[in-house]
Design a protein around this ligand. Structure first.
Ligand code: SF4
Length: 362
């Protein structure tokens, strides 16, 4: 018998097998699943229609703990950020962005990120490991608790995006398991359209994504030529723009109502000219695409500046009105708590760097 396995690491089939192996009927697994993901209970003792003996067995063999909240901040614009402390003391961040018609939870898939995109704060973190299924699902459960979001008819978290810390396709196995839990219609019940995987362009995995998960896709493009993209998104050296876009051109099931989102951070004098906008349109024409322009969110030590408002507007107009591709400008949210796009990086690392700096000065 396994000991101290987090119950939130099980897919539904695995939970079913686990309960059967305990000598119980499989309807018990359904009941437990419902308590976990519909009612959001935080302990086995709250599972009131399950016999005491089974509850005790579950309690003694499985962990059912929420992630530890190290810090919780609320921005003046309503954005919320949680810093979670994991069992090995590493830290990850999760952000909730409320809007009038939806609420988006931006979750992390790794501690830090191996990819070192030069405009991204997370990419400067030295500590990296993949998150487990339990740690990915744990972010959602803790946010749902914090937002009191357990009424499925009145959901606050309507959309889940893997755009926090990490490259989700470099943690494909655990991310896939977590998404299967999210999609289950007797549990958290998120639709495929409401879950977005954001990738910097891991081409071989993009090619199998559609068949295995079929969730929405966002691509961190950020540049229209390889020279610039090699600097901004270094994974481009491995899978350059042409190769990436070829994989997306044949990405199945994409149509006008289900387009691929291309993220494009607006960096002053780097990638924001009208010629860049024209080239972007040319590159994306063969794909059902929409463009999300992200004004650069500064972070301590960053070498880039955000494009001016006029430059961003002219760029958007070129893509949208002249190029015929939908382009939206993402308004920065939660800047006062460093929760905006590209700003995530756990305080633990910021603090430890400060400590090192102090030691050097003494
Ligand atoms: S933009 Fe994404 S892939 Fe690039 S360093 Fe940041 S978290 Fe990693």
């Amino acid at each position: 018998m396994m000991k101290n396995v987090p119950i939130n690491s099980f897919t539904k089939d695995e939970l079913n097998k686990y309960i059967l192996d305990l000598g119980e009927k499989n309807y018990r697994a359904k009941q437990v699943w419902k308590w976990l993901y519909v009612n959001g209970v935080k302990s086995f003792s709250e599972m009131s229609d399950i016999g005491i003996k089974l509850r005790e067995k579950l309690h003694s063999n499985l962990d059912h703990n929420r992630l530890d909240i190290d810090q919780h901040q609320i921005s003046k614009d309503g954005t919320q950020k949680w810093l979670f402390k994991l069992s090995d003391d590493r830290k990850i961040e999760t952000v909730f962005i409320p809007e009038t018609d939806r609420g988006t939870l931006c979750i992390s898939s790794q501690v830090g990120c191996t990819l070192s995109c030069s405009f991204c704060h997370t990419g400067t973190m030295p500590l990296v490991r993949n998150l487990s299924t339990n740690e990915i699902i744990g972010q959602i459960l803790a946010a749902k608790d914090g937002l009191e979001d357990w009424d499925i008819k009145n959901r606050k978290i309507t959309n889940i995006v893997f755009m926090g810390m990490g490259e989700p396709l470099y943690n494909y196995q655990e991310v896939t398991r977590a998404i299967k839990i999210l999609l289950d219609n007797e549990g958290l019940c998120y639709s495929r359209r409401k879950i977005t995987l954001s990738t910097s362009g891991v081409v071989p995995i993009i090619q199998k994504l559609k068949y295995e998960l079929d969730v929405s896709l966002a691509i961190s493009l950020h540049a229209v030529n390889d020279d610039i993209r090699n600097i901004l998104v270094p994974i481009n050296k491995k899978w350059p723009i042409k190769e990436l876009l070829s994989a997306l051109e044949i990405y199945p099931g994409v149509n006008n109502s289900r387009r691929i989102t291309f993220e494009y951070v607006m960096l002053d004098g780097v990638n924001d000219s009208i010629n860049d906008a024209k080239k972007l349109v040319k590159l994306l024409k063969p794909i059902h695409a929409k463009v999300n322009l992200i004004p650069f969110n500064p972070w301590p030590g960053s070498i880039y500046k955000c494009s001016s408002e006029k430059t961003i507007k002219d760029f958007a107009d070129e893509v949208c009105y002249n190029g015929g591709i939908t382009a939206t400008v993402r308004h920065a949210r939660g800047q006062d708590i460093l929760a905006a796009c590209g700003q995530l990086k756990s305080n633990s690392v910021r603090l430890s760097r400060e400590k090192v700096a102090n030691i050097n000065f003494v």
